[in-house]
Design a protein around this ligand. Structure first.
Ligand code: 5GP
Ligand code: ZN
Length: 123
């Protein structure tokens, strides 16, 4: 898609620092973070919204979801359980869909938002 910012980032037409890349996905820090840790997991393929996905996209969506905790670990917001059974750390995962879902960029992306108390951010 010619006018899509995330296609331009994925196609390396706009210089960006990726925190992850494989054949299907890229991940990079959000330009306007809502919390201390805020990155986006983005398919290289242009898909406008989650509502445009069908059964054929299930492996891609699964891959995006499973990448979230791996990158959260690397970025410093892993969820863990200590020896006393207490949970610590963690993050939010979020797809915004459509105007009422607050979507601004119409290229599918999964927000991963972490750091201390990420729910006190803007989202
Ligand atoms: P949405 O509201 O569509 O779910 O989220 C789009 C996100 O993309 C926003 O959090 C916004 O800050 C981020 N964003 C928009 N343009 C760029 C960009 O050019 N670079 C980066 N790194 N993030 C962007
Ligand atoms: Zn796109």
């Amino acid at each position: 898609m010619d006018n899509c910012i995330f296609c331009k980032i994925a196609g390396k037409h706009i210089p960006s620092t990726f925190i992850y890349e494989d054949d299907d996905l890229i991940a990079f820090h959000d330009i306007n973070p809502a919390a201390p840790i805020h990155f986006l997991i983005v398919p290289k393929q242009h898909i406008s919204t989650l509502s445009d996905c069908d059964e054929g996209h299930a492996p891609l969506l699964g891959k995006m979801m499973l990448l979230a905790p791996k990158l959260a670990q690397e970025q410093g917001c892993a969820y863990s359980i200590d020896s006393d059974g207490r949970g610590a750390g963690g993050f939010k995962t979020l797809f915004n869909t459509g105007p009422d879902g607050g979507q601004e960029v119409y290229h599918l992306h999964l927000h991963v938002i972490g750091g201390p108390h990420p729910w006190r951010g803007q989202r």
